[in-house]
Unconditional design. Structure first.
Lengths: 111, 114
């Protein structure tokens, strides 16, 4: 079945550092790919998405490119802030709209 | 803005009790979902519903049931709560079934079963 694998955390960074969170997927067909963010005590919020190969999703300085050849959707941000401390989830949606989520990666940004 | 609300943020129940978790969305979405979230396991799908009065089992339906009598409301029922059902429960909704539509999440209910 479909699955998503993302790097384990916690990832600890200093403010203004570069952030990468790796995400790879296994899927039949042509899934859409998503990054969600969860701040402490809250539900998940959509951060960005890409619906076909080579699409780049971007939002709030975060970017991810849908790479079909490497089955990857790595999340990047050039300069993180303390307010980016959260748990990040990579997810895919199959053609029926069923989602599979990765285990989540906690990111801690220190001043 | 889409709003998904859940009836409680925190809930403490005793083993063997019947537990109801309610979820309401205000954007006329067709699809609704219940997940549980546990550390290191991500989100696991319990049940989902593509339309009113329809329900489908997800990956971990054992010990749970659902009800969707109205389009905006999707209830998760723990028939006889057990300690291994202590978890964070997240409800989500989505406009339609296609792969490109994102899900919108509620704030979650942290359930503790003692």
């Amino acid at each position: 079945g479909d699955s998503v694998t993302q790097m384990e955390g916690p990832v600890t960074l200093s403010e203004e550092a570069f952030l990468t969170i790796n995400c790879t997927y296994t899927a039949t067909g042509y899934p859409s790919l998503f990054w969600y963010v969860q701040y402490p005590g809250e539900g998940l919020q959509l951060l960005l998405k890409a619906t076909k190969a080579d699409d780049k999703g971007s939002n709030k300085g975060f970017e991810a490119t849908y790479r079909k050849e490497t089955t990857s959707f790595h999340l990047e941000k050039g300069s993180v802030q303390v307010s980016d401390s959260a748990v990040y989830f990579c997810a895919l949606s199959d053609s029926w709209g069923k989602f599979q989520f990765g285990a989540g990666t906690q990111v801690v940004v220190t001043p | 803005d889409v709003k998904v609300t859940q009836s409680s943020r925190y809930l403490v129940k005793r083993t063997g009790e019947k537990v109801f978790l309610e979820c309401v969305q205000d954007m006329d979405h067709e699809n609704m979902f219940w997940y549980r979230q546990d550390p290191g396991l991500g989100l696991r799908l319990i049940y989902f519903s593509y339309d009113v009065k329809m329900k489908e089992k997800g990956d971990i339906p054992e010990g749970y049931s659902v009800s969707r009598e109205k389009k905006e409301r999707f209830s998760l029922i723990l028939e006889s709560a057990s300690t291994n059902q202590t978890s964070m429960y997240l409800c989500a909704s989505r406009p339609y079934k296609g792969s490109s539509y994102e899900q919108y999440f509620g704030p979650g209910t942290r359930l503790t079963v003692t």
